[in-house]
Design a protein around this ligand. Sequence first.
Ligand code: FES
Length: 202
Amino acid sequence: MSDIPTDSVDQSRRTWVAITAGAGAIGGVAVAVPFISTFAPSERAKAAGSAVEADISALKPGEKLTLEWRGKPVWIVRRTPEQVAGLKKLDPQLADPDSKRNADATTPVYARNTGRSIKPEFLVAVGICPHLGCSPSDKLEAGAQPSLPDDWPGGFLCPCHGSTFDLAGRVYKNKPSPDNLEVPPHMFLSDTRLLIGEDKQA
Ligand code: FES
């Protein structure tokens, strides 16, 4: 099961994405906005095999962009300063706040930090639940909403068996998912371009 909006796929270029308005949205309602960008593999990415390049120049704080890498959805979330600041406070509620479980498979060394990221504002994560492979839904907005606690700080909810993840892809305690969401190998080519599937250590 996937939340990938197939109607926004540009099949000819294998480029597509959805931006979902996040915590910064007025009125507290997440809005899906089709967004076409330039995800054609670069020469460098082609040389690296299956790496894909993402233009994140249009991604605003509080928004999420999804692209495909090796047949899997990869999320890029641009967290707001408030969302970044709130991550550390969640540690006591999380099953593996420091990403120590199954770390070699789920969290590159450079992402073994609170935000699980290279730059604090940008989360890059595979959008597949480690429990049984469903794709969690965006619950980026903070606040009470169905199936979530009243003090929900924003994150993701797996609709299959209820695993919840924070905005760093860290799973909450006592949920079915055994691990945090996978952070794929990635690197910044510039302030506005990300390469997914390759990193400096690859
Ligand atoms: S597949 Fe996500 S909680 Fe079961």
